[in-house]
Design a protein around this ligand. Structure first.
Ligand code: MD3
Ligand code: FE
Length: 206
């Protein structure tokens, strides 16, 4: 089943079955061993995000107090390159988008039961017309999608493990965030929590 809002927002509930989710978790676990989850800091204030992050692929999204939001080829704590983009994520991108070049970053967000992500727009990618693809794993999350203006109407969606969301077209520049995690709603991650993987094209293809 696919729900398409007409603004480039596509919701694919249960895109990955339980076996595929388990395999994805194993892939993420192996990557996190080489590129550990860490808590990035916000520009200017230096306040730490509640979400822990890492990345796979040639570029990774990072933020710190001094230089702010950007993409970098190396892990800010270890200094090493990000682990390779998993083949399953490249396959997903080709399956659910018609963008003519592969994604360069797979941002891994890990939510503890009390982690949140405030309403924001993703502005840091030069490839503004490339979609973003999101995969949810583990506990349910209350996802909020607004419009191009912070004050506009919003809709809420409870994202479950295995769900995929594609943000293309106008929705690519819509406000969005994660209001809450529902602890204990999935047994996929032995210690609970939620993982969100987002695929992004960062640079303009030739
Ligand atoms: C809607 N992550 O990492 S994923 C982010 O669940 C982020 O971790 C959330 O927002 C999470 O930047 C939401 C779905 C998502 C990603 C990008 C979007 C929704 C989006 C870009 C535009 C509109
Ligand atoms: Fe975002």
């Amino acid at each position: 089943m696919t729900l398409d809002g007409g603004d480039g927002f596509k919701y694919l509930p249960g895109h990955f079955d339980r076996a595929a989710q388990e395999s994805l978790v194993e892939t993420v676990r192996a990557g996190v061993e080489a590129a550990p989850l860490y808590r990035p800091s916000m520009p200017r204030t230096g306040q730490k995000l509640s979400v822990r992050m890492t990345n796979f692929g040639p570029l990774g999204w990072v933020t710190d107090q001094k230089d702010g939001y950007r993409y970098e080829p190396a892990h800010p704590v270890t200094g090493g390159p990000w682990p390779a983009m998993p083949a399953v994520m490249l396959d997903l991108w080709r399956t659910v988008t018609d963008y003519p070049a592969p994604p360069e970053a797979c941002l891994v967000n890990f939510y503890d039961p009390d982690a949140r992500m405030g309403l924001h727009i993703d502005w840091d990618e030069e490839a503004a017309n490339a979609p973003v693809v999101s995969v949810s794993l583990g506990d349910d999350a209350l996802f909020r999608l607004g419009g191009p203006q912070r004050k506009g109407k919003t809709r809420s969606l409870r994202l479950k493990s295995g769900d995929v969301v594609v943000l293309g077209g106008a929705s690519r520049r819509f406000y969005h965030g994660v209001d809450r995690i529902y602890p204990g709603t999935s047994a996929l991650l032995p210690r609970g929590g939620r993982i969100n993987l987002t695929l992004r094209r960062v640079t303009l293809p030739d």
